[in-house]
Design a protein around this ligand. Structure first.
Ligand SMILES: Cc1cc2nc3c(=O)[nH]c(=O)nc-3n(C[C@H](O)[C@H](O)[C@H](O)COP(=O)(O)OP(=O)(O)OC[C@H]3O[C@@H](n4cnc5c(N)ncnc54)[C@H](O)[C@@H]3O)c2cc1C
Length: 342
């Protein structure tokens, strides 16, 4: 009998969402990761699920418009997802120059020392713990029958005359009728091994974790000088642009600047301590748009690589899984196809 297996390479938020949406629907699913689930860019993510509207002519607009609703759906299926629907505030033109405004930032963020007179307020925005969400999706996929192989590096695709029939890994060959690459920055090398070029670059960004008194920050705050949100235990997450740091000392200096800025911005924050600082390597398509679908000239291969993958994971995972299982193209993904690069 024909092997109808699906192998998903990469257990970040995207691979985990795909495995969850693929599993239990009549085809064996195997999820492979070189490390543990969530150990790539997902681990270092700020994990803001941003519902800000995008220009409707952006190729990914139909997908992005689904992002928040799809998380609402996922939350009803997996209540332990623990999404924090805190809303977001941004000002000084960061991210957005127009949108629904509030002139009462002080009421929303009472500990902010110097609130702006006006800010863009998106009460529908949310955030989650990206690694916990990935683990939960993987666990739910396994409950539906998916197999998980951790510590297993995919080294090459088995491919003849454009037909992919499995993955070579450090644990041997895993045959598959469909191989789904959700390997973040690792997707590019696996594709180039069979002559498929994906213009996706590794793009570094920094995540600083601080420990402050709980309850200082209530929403997601985004300004040109500071992006922060806070967890219930007091942990503050603050992403930063990468500015050429090449060693731990330079990273620590960046973290100290973030700490000092945070401490100067909120009442009761003077004791704030640095917990950690790390670089995450985001898979960044060169045109900024998601790459989702079957590369031209291949059979048995499907790629899913994108920036803002936390925001898009619920929607992209469901739509891509449905395409893979049914063969019918999802219109919402029409602007995300890999062939646009050819
Ligand atoms: C500081 C920072 C802040 C961010 N903030 C946000 C935000 O607020 N909102 C948002 O939406 N996005 C944000 N992002 C981006 C987001 O985190 C990424 O888009 C997302 O994590 C990518 O998920 P992924 O599953 O595609 O890739 P990854 O999480 O990188 O997962 C890929 C997985 O594939 C595995 N892998 C790779 N190669 C192989 C191989 N050959 N064999 C086996 N396994 C392999 C890796 O081990 C990894 O687990 C941020 C990123 C950073 C770094």
């Amino acid at each position: 009998m024909k092997d109808r297996s699906i192998v998903v390479v990469g257990a970040g938020i995207i691979g985990a969402s795909l495995a969850y949406h693929l599993a239990g629907r009549g085809r064996p699913v195997t999820l492979i990761d070189a490390g543990l689930p969530g150990s790539g860019a997902t681990r270092a993510s700020f994990a803001w699920i941003a519902g800000r509207p995008v220009a409707s002519d952006l190729p990914s607009a139909p997908l992005r418009h689904l992002a928040l609703d799809e998380y609402r759906r996922l939350e009803t299926e997996l209540p332990e997802l623990s999404i924090r629907w805190s809303g977001s505030l941004s000002w000084d033109g960061f991210y957005e120059t127009s949108g629904p405004r509030t002139d009462d930032v002080g009421a929303l963020e009472p500990h902010l020392l110097d609130p702006p007179a006006v800010a863009i307020h998106r009460p529908e925005d949310a955030a989650l713990d990206p690694v916990a969400a990935t683990d939960l999706l993987v666990a739910a996929a396994r409950d539906r029958g998916a197999r998980l192989l951790t510590g297993t590096l995919a080294t090459a695709l088995d491919c003849q005359a454009g037909t992919v029939s499995g993955v070579q890994t450090t644990a041997g060959v895993v045959p598959a009728e469909t191989v789904v690459l959700a390997a973040g920055t690792g997707t590019v090398a696996l594709c180039s091994g069979i002559g498929v070029t994906l213009p996706v670059e590794p793009s570094p960004a920094i995540l600083v974790r601080l420990r402050a008194a709980p309850g200082l920050v209530r929403t997601i705050i985004a300004t040109p000088s500071m992006e922060v949100r806070q967890l219930d235990d007091g942990t503050v997450l603050a992403p930063m642009a990468y500015s050429g740091e090449t060693d731990q000392a330079a990273l620590l200096r960046t973290a100290q600047r973030v700490r000092d800025r945070f401490a100067a911005s909120f009442t009761g924050a003077s004791d704030t301590k640095i917990v950690s600082v790390e670089i995450g390597w985001r898979p960044m398509p060169t045109d900024g748009e998601p790459v989702i679908g079957r590369p031209a000239g291949t059979r048995g291969l499907y790629v899913t690589v994108m920036h803002s993958a936390i925001t898009l994971a619920a929607a992209a995972g469901r739509l891509a899984a449905t395409e893979i299982l049914t063969g019918s193209p999802a219109p919402e993904l029409a602007g995300c196809r890999p062939e646009r690069f050819h």
